[in-house]
Write a protein that binds this ligand. Structure first.
Ligand code: H2B
Ligand code: FE
Length: 308
């Protein structure tokens, strides 16, 4: 029988009990490992996410001056690069976020405000997350147009480095793309394909996710630009990925699904998409080749999944 999967948005409330790694468990090589103030702050933000239930207002965090200063450094560095390195969809949305959600160098936006903006743009929403979810849970949420977002920020000692997703990665990397209708549809396709999928297929979809949503490049006229959040939130890799050092090949979900990749260094290989619209079709066709004894359909009116 197929693995359990959420049928409606409130079913995702159960994910909090099965996070794989809590947001306050830092590895010994984490920049904040020996900082007790930072660790207590991480624990506090983890506790806030723990009690969140579907339908509630997303928790507002009162960020400290030090946290806001870290955000400011990242914000200024990255936005200076976006003009020449980010895809046009990202460039179009960022000013809207500045206008509607108080994105600014001296303010860390609140995910409640951001989620409302996304909902109006494409129907996507955010959910706070306590830590690392399994690939299955994380991808399943995409079927409901739900993106799990962290709320803590990286350690102030290394503003341009983080070993894990943080609020800079989510808000500057992921969020702008989720306001684009074609990217929104594309991402949901990965989610729908993941519902009740076998462990092997989850692994393949997670790898496609890696090479697109996190590290994807796209062709834009004569140029290649970045749309992956891992690139748009990393000053170093954003410059590197468009240089002639890495290899670039046209996006093909069948190839991307089994491509090996490093997680702690810059990517040696990127997939270049033609357009988000075409990517959506490609992933839908690829998903149709996966074996699943049922079909699923998302009902946008009830915000639930129908099993056919
Ligand atoms: N969990 C959380 N909280 N954030 C992520 O970005 C994330 C995750 N990414 N779990 C997932 C895994 C990703 O690496 C793929 C789908 O495995
Ligand atoms: Fe991410």
């Amino acid at each position: 029988t197929a693995p359990w999967f959420p049928r409606k948005k409130s079913d995702m409330d159960t994910f909090a009990e099965k996070v794989m790694e809590y947001g306050d468990e830092l590895d010994a090589d984490h920049p904040g490992f020996t900082d007790p103030v930072y660790r207590e702050r991480r624990a506090e933000i983890t506790r806030i996410a723990k009690t969140y239930k579907y339908g509630q207002e997303l928790p507002r965090i009162q960020y400290t001056a030090q946290e806001t200063a870290t955000w400011g450094i990242v914000y200024k560095k990255l936005t200076a690069l976006y003009k020449t390195h980010a895809c046009r969809e990202h460039q179009y949305v960022l000013p809207l976020l500045e206008h509607n959600c108080a994105y600014a160098p001296d303010n860390i936006p609140q995910i409640e405000d951001v989620s409302r903006f996304m909902k109006e743009s494409t129907g996507w929403t955010l959910r706070p997350v306590m830590g690392l979810l399994s690939s299955r849970d994380f991808l399943n949420a995409l079927a409901f147009r739900v993106f799990h977002s962290t709320q803590y920020i990286r350690h102030h000692s290394q503003p341009l480095y983080t070993p894990e997703p943080d609020v800079c990665h989510e808000l500057l990397g992921h969020v702008p793309l989720y306001a684009d209708p074609d990217f929104a549809d594309f991402s949901q396709e990965i989610g729908l394909a993941s519902l009740g999928a076998s462990d092997e297929d989850i692994e393949k979809l997670a790898t496609i996710y890696w090479f697109t949503v996190e590290f994807g490049l796209c062709r834009q006229g004569d140029e290649v630009r970045a749309y992956g959040a891992g690139l748009l939130s990393s000053f170093g890799e954003l410059e590197y990925c468009l240089s002639d050092k890495p290899q670039k090949v046209p996006f093909d979900p069948k190839l991307a699904a089994t491509q090996k990749y490093p997680i702690t260094e810059y990517q040696p290989l990127y997939f270049v998409a033609h357009s988000f619209k075409e990517m959506k079709e490609q992933v839908r066709d690829y998903a149709a080749t996966m074996q699943r004894p049922f079909a699923v359909r998302y009902n946008a009116l009830t915000e639930s999944v129908e099993v056919l």
